[in-house]
Design a protein around this ligand. Structure first.
Ligand code: UFG
Length: 346
């Protein structure tokens, strides 16, 4: 059984990926510092898969501990590296924290993998690297645009660090996955998204408004050059995102990759406007959402949706869930965590 290290494995995308890895028969070791997650996520993983991943609470900024970990687990076949900070606004306030967490740690991980020889590495990148792309849908060949935030910059520079390292280390194979907008929760509602404080992202803000935790959703701008004036994104079910990680890892393990550094978009290929997402919520839940149109939010691009043909063809992977499927799971999850006594979903 192949052993895989998942850093940040108790976070939103990480925990869903641990589930899919265990479902595919991998042995998983999770490292997480619990800065944006809780240890109880492991119980959710066990509920779904019947298996408890090994867990080490560790801050990967501690280089000695990272070295000691790899010395102890010399049989690791691959690393999926989610551990990173992801709040755009916070990155503007505290850039050095982002450069240390997202790039310092990446360097430590790569140093260990280079030392180890044959190794496989999957990196969480983002469609933020494209900025406002000139053409839709966005292919992997679209130019990378100047980053709008230190967070975005860590994804661009992170990709460059990996590419340069792969260039001179033929035994290291890496894939960067550029996520569009992951949403939803596992259909079992045993795991899901746990945003701390006021959510910055659209989906948790919608479900928290629906459940009565927030009074009203602000729709940031309705005067964009889009059919209904609101911004367009490619919302993808987190379980589909998780499955893509397994497909990418299997490509590296089998050695069917064409070069030792590859990049793939992870999206559905369909763009949805903010108002269409609200309509999906209302359709799925049968509830009206309290929202109002507000001024634009600084830094938002007008539209971003993926050309997914490369991942479809090369990884043999395709997003299967619709926006409504993802919305339903997000809503079931919100109801479960806020009103567990009323949870009737099974
Ligand atoms: N939006 C609202 N109201 C809200 C929150 C969001 O109208 O309360 C709108 C935004 O203006 C945007 C859309 O909903 O048009 C999606 O916003 P999100 O914050 O959910 O997602 P973004 O596309 O802005 O951000 C995502 C990731 C970031 C990443 C960014 C760019 O969350 O990590 O894509 O790639 F940096």
């Amino acid at each position: 059984m192949k052993k895989i290290l998942v850093t940040g494995g108790l976070g939103f995308i990480g925990s869903h990926t641990v589930v899919e890895l265990q479902n595919e028969g991998f042995e998983v070791v999770v490292i997480d510092n619990l800065s944006n997650s809780t240890e109880s996520v492991i119980d959710g993983i066990v509920t779904i898969t019947g298996k408890r991943p090994l867990f080490e609470k560790m801050d990967l900024r501690d280089k000695d501990k990272v070295q000691a970990f790899f010395a102890k687990h010399s049989d690791i076949s691959g690393v999926i590296h989610f551990a990173a900070s992801k709040a755009v606004g916070e990155s503007v306030e505290n850039p050095l924290l982002y450069y240390e967490n997202n790039l310092g740690v990446l360097v430590y991980m790569l140093q260990e993998l280079v030392k180890k020889g044959n190794s496989n590495f999957i990196f969480s990148s983002s469609c933020t690297v494209y900025g406002q792309a000139d053409e839709m849908p966005i292919t992997e060949d679209a130019p990378v645009k100047a980053a709008e935030s230190p967070y975005g910059n860590t994804k661009q520079v992170g990709e460059e660090i990996i590419r340069d390292t792969c260039n001179v280390n033929p035994h290291l194979a890496a894939i960067a996955l550029r996520y569009f907008n992951p949403i939803g929760a596992h259909p079992s509602v045993a795991i899901g998204e746990l945003p701390i404080g006021v959510p910055q992202n659209l989906l948790p803000y919608i479900t928290q408004t629906g459940i009565g935790l927030r009074e009203q959703l602000s729709v940031f701008g309705d005067d964009y050059p889009t059919p209904d004036g609101t911004c367009i994104r490619d919302y993808i079910h987190v379980v589909d995102v998780a499955k893509a990680h397994v497909a990418a890892l299997q490509r590296l393990i089998k050695g069917t990759n064409e070069s030792n550094y590859e990049v793939f978009n992870l999206g559905t290929g369909t763009g949805s406007s903010v108002l269409e997402v609200i309509q999906s919520f209302e359709r799925v839940t049968g509830e009206k959402l309290n929202y109002r149109i507000s001024p634009r939010r600084a830094g938002d691009v007008i539209q971003a949706y993926a050309d997914t043909s490369k991942a479809n063809k090369v990884l043999g992977w395709k997003a299967e869930s619709t926006l409504d499927d993802a919305m339903k799971s997000a809503w079931d999850w919100e109801r479960k965590i806020r009103k567990p006594e009323e949870n009737t979903t099974a």
